[in-house]
Design a binder for this molecule. Structure first.
Ligand code: IDP
Ligand code: MG
Length: 174
């Protein structure tokens, strides 16, 4: 959810500075294979360390209808039936990450779809060696992020809060 140039206050109260940056929200799904491998904490930690803010989080079990909507762009692929079974037969963890250019930043942290080719240091590169069981989903554009957040979260399930000290997360000229 691109809120455009958003005023971020309070990073330096003494100097009464105000900085501006592109704050976005994006959807992350921790897939069943990551839960089975017991690496959900390590995955979430990577986004926290980057300085992204978790503004909503929950566990759900997707049904066929939700999977078909979420993966509509893949409905005709030969692997779709397996993908649907994979994401519906086990609960998944969802969260919304917020921060500067969050959509692109999260995709960079996640890495490319085919985990076999994903660079070490990315989540897929480090936790998977598969194109299908690739541990995580992340929205692929700002437009997709808006739609996907709406698909999985009600407004009242998303929160707005300040990090105590923005100074340690962003430079004044960003
Ligand atoms: P993305 O997750 O990197 O955005 P998409 O092309 O949107 O990639 O595919 C969604 C999910 O479908 C992938 O994360 C993966 O689980 C599965 N998938 C995509 N391509 C293949 C494939 O060629 N074989 C098996 N599964 C695939
Ligand atoms: Mg995708």
């Amino acid at each position: 959810m691109d809120r455009g140039k958003q005023e971020v206050q309070g990073r330096n109260e003494e100097e009464k500075e105000v900085i501006f940056m592109n704050i976005e929200k994006t959807l992350v799904i921790i897939k069943p294979d990551a839960i089975q491998k017991g690496v959900t904490g390590e995955i979430i930690a990577r986004f926290e360390r980057k300085g992204l803010k978790i503004v909503g989080m929950k566990m759900i079990q997707m049904d066929e209808k939700l999977a078909k909507e979420h993966y509509a762009h893949l409905a005709d692929k030969p692997f779709y039936p397996d993908l649907e079974k994979f994401v519906t037969e086990h609960p998944v963890l969802l969260f919304v990450a917020e921060g500067k250019e969050a959509v692109e930043v999260v995709r960079l942290i996640v890495g490319p779809t085919n985990a076999t080719k994903a660079p070490a240091g990315t989540i897929r590169g480090d936790f998977s060696n598969s194109t299908s069981r690739n541990v995580i989903h992340a929205s692929d554009s700002k437009e997709t992020a808006v739609k996907e957040i709406k698909r999985f979260f009600k407004n009242e399930e998303l929160f707005s809060y300040e990090f105590r000290n923005e100074y340690y997360r962003y430079a004044a000229d960003e």
